[in-house]
Design a protein around this ligand. Structure first.
Ligand SMILES: N[C@@H](CCC(=O)N[C@@H](CS)C(=O)NCC(=O)O)C(=O)O
Length: 225
């Protein structure tokens, strides 16, 4: 049995939980999951049993408790190879991009809540959210400029922690039908086609909880999508 346990929220709504989960899957690391339904009346007390910050995700590593998605990624980087790009220049860029995501894009995150099993219309980003989208598209292009043909279709070729940080953003773009330049759309497609992302979305579809505050826009008819 693995000594790693990841405490996460609802797969449909918890974008932060997806980040370390996806990284662990790509690292082929065995771990256990504890799911805390964020919509339950006792959610805060339930999370507090594991998390000093009162938030998920949290990685329980033996006696160690590691919270904050990026810190979990860094802890895994100390233990496993290939969390960051091997090349120092790419690694610096990957860390900057991951940190920018972790600290920023508040308007985008507020206006386009993570809802990975859904497709929605009628959600129009404000100027601030559109500026976040423009910045993300430029950042992805900067990352991809470092990649040679044949190295892979993630931000730095092979999957890294930078992709774990941006995968939920790519899924948001899909959920809300955000129009993107071709290269950015290709990255969204890479994320959506990933087998672990597909497994996560499949599990989100099995969840029955609906959190109204996180459920914006109108359902898109799959027949017309
Ligand atoms: N900066 C944190 C954000 C974690 C976060 O906001 N988690 C949400 C779920 S996606 C949460 O725990 N919400 C419960 C609450 O705030 O009560 C990270 O990177 O892990």
């Amino acid at each position: 049995m693995s000594d790693l346990t990841l405490v996460i929220g609802n797969k449909n709504y918890s974008s932060w939980s997806l980040r370390p989960w996806l990284l662990l899957k790509h690292l082929a690391v065995d771990f256990q999951e504890i799911a805390v339904p964020l919509d339950a009346p006792d959610a805060a007390a339930h999370i507090a049993r594991y998390s000093p910050s009162g938030r998920v995700p949290v990685l329980l590593d033996g006696d160690r408790v590691i919270w904050e998605s990026l810190a979990i990624g860094e802890a895994l980087a100390e233990r496993y190879p290939n969390v960051w790009p091997a090349d120092a220049g790419r690694r610096a860029l990957a860390r900057a991009a991951a940190s920018e995501m972790h600290a920023g894009f508040a308007a985008l995150r507020e206006e386009l809540p993570f809802n990975c099993r859904a497709r929605r219309s009628g959600v129009f980003p404000s100027a601030a959210a559109q500026a976040d989208i423009t910045r993300i598209v430029a950042l992805w292009a900067t990352c991809r400029q470092t990649v040679q043909a044949g190295e892979g279709s993630w931000l730095f070729g092979p999957f890294t922690l930078a992709d774990a940080m941006f995968a939920p953003v790519a899924l948001r773009f899909y959920t809300y039908g955000i129009a993107l330049p071709e290269a950015a759309q290709a990255y969204v497609d890479t994320v959506r086609q990933d087998r672990f992302i597909q497994a996560w979305i499949q599990a989100a579809r099995q969840e029955t909880a609906v959190i109204p505050a996180e459920d914006r826009g109108e359902p898109v008819d799959p027949a017309t999508a």
